[in-house]
Design a protein around this ligand. Structure first.
Ligand code: B12
Ligand code: SF4
Ligand code: SF4
Length: 225
């Protein structure tokens, strides 16, 4: 099974984008968060994305945006497992990675969580886009409104070219300046500051995404063209 065949299967099943990162590209991953820390036999990381509908970003109430995100996250998770079932039937060894939760690493004093695989880094290494100062992965055509999914495989697959287009103009700092929690520094996000807004818990216990400004304010929200 070659790279193009795998990517075609995954796109036919509903992914908007799909790219492949050979394992050697992950040499800079922090200890404990390398794909082989999840699956010994991993030789390639397949990363895909679904487009997230964007107009809910501009709703005055945060419920529609929260709803859209929750549903697209579930869709990507279902797609991940469905792709794994299809590839396993073809004899390919695959390990699915959740799009968002759950993960184990948690540092309570700084409210810092880290997923078993960083989708933003994996997406970059698979050629799906570039990382902006808002820390999000932005694709040339779809901007940052993409939800990412990933699958580890023991197949040695040909990698996609890493994207080299410019994302953030040197003089742009709109996301950093407008973050109400002052959580952005241009390379990372202070989770302790962002979480109360990004994952706001209502009195009834619902998790709402009350803030998405760093995503919405970006001139490249919907693409770099
Ligand atoms: C925890 C989490 C959060 C945290 C931290 C966000 C963050 N930027 O890391 C909080 C709660 C703040 C958050 C908020 C949001 N999130 Co969130 N979140 C995640 C989650 C579940 C894990 C991310 C993680 O582990 N971060 C911790 C580490 C990886 O980040 P770091 O500390 O900056 O990493 C440093 C080092 O550890 C090192 N590193 C770490 N791993 C690796 C790997 C390699 C190979 C290398 C080289 C380096 C490296 O590099 C960094 C610089 O030193 C991911 C899903 C996933 N599995 O990735 C979604 C994810 C990042 N979130 C997403 C989204 C959409 C959001 C929000 C926009 C939601 C909203 N409110 O509208 C906001 C955006 C806020 C922001 N600007 O980041 C999307 C982003 C999609 C995209 N286009 O990029 C993801 C990828 C979910 C998905 N599957 O699509 N989120
Ligand atoms: S989601 Fe809001 S609080 Fe979090 S980093 Fe983005 S702008 Fe800041
Ligand atoms: S708002 Fe400007 S600095 Fe922030 S991610 Fe978008 S282009 Fe980059």
């Amino acid at each position: 099974m070659d790279s193009n065949k795998i990517k075609q299967i995954i796109k036919d099943m509903g992914a908007t984008l799909c790219g492949i990162a050979p394992i050697h590209r992950f040499s800079e991953a922090p200890e404990g968060f390398h794909p082989t820390d999840i699956y010994n036999d991993c030789e390639s990381v397949i990363v895909f994305a679904k487009r997230v509908p964007s107009e809910s970003l501009f709703a005055r109430n945060c419920v529609p945006y929260t709803f859209v995100n929750d549903v697209v996250t579930q869709k990507v998770d279902h797609l991940t497992v469905t792709i794994c079932m299809a590839l396993e039937k073809l004899g390919v060894k695959v390990v699915p990675i959740p799009s968002d939760d759950p993960y184990e690493h948690w540092e309570p004093e700084r409210s810092y969580g880290r997923a078993i695989l960083s989708m933003r880094h994996a997406g970059y290494l698979a050629g799906l886009g570039v990382l902006g100062k808002n820390t999000l992965l932005a694709n040339k055509e779809l901007g940052n409104m993409i939800q990412l999914g990933a699958i580890l495989t023991s197949l040695e697959l040909e990698g996609d070219l890493i994207a080299n287009y410019e994302h953030c103009p040197p003089n742009c700092s709109l996301c950093i300046d407008n973050c109400p929690a002052k959580a952005l520094d241009g390379t990372t996000v202070n989770q302790k500051l962002c979480r109360p807004l990004s994952i706001f818990v209502t009195k009834k216990g619902y998790n709402l995404k009350k803030c998405n400004i760093c995503r919405r304010i970006c001139p490249h929200l919907l693409g770099l063209k």
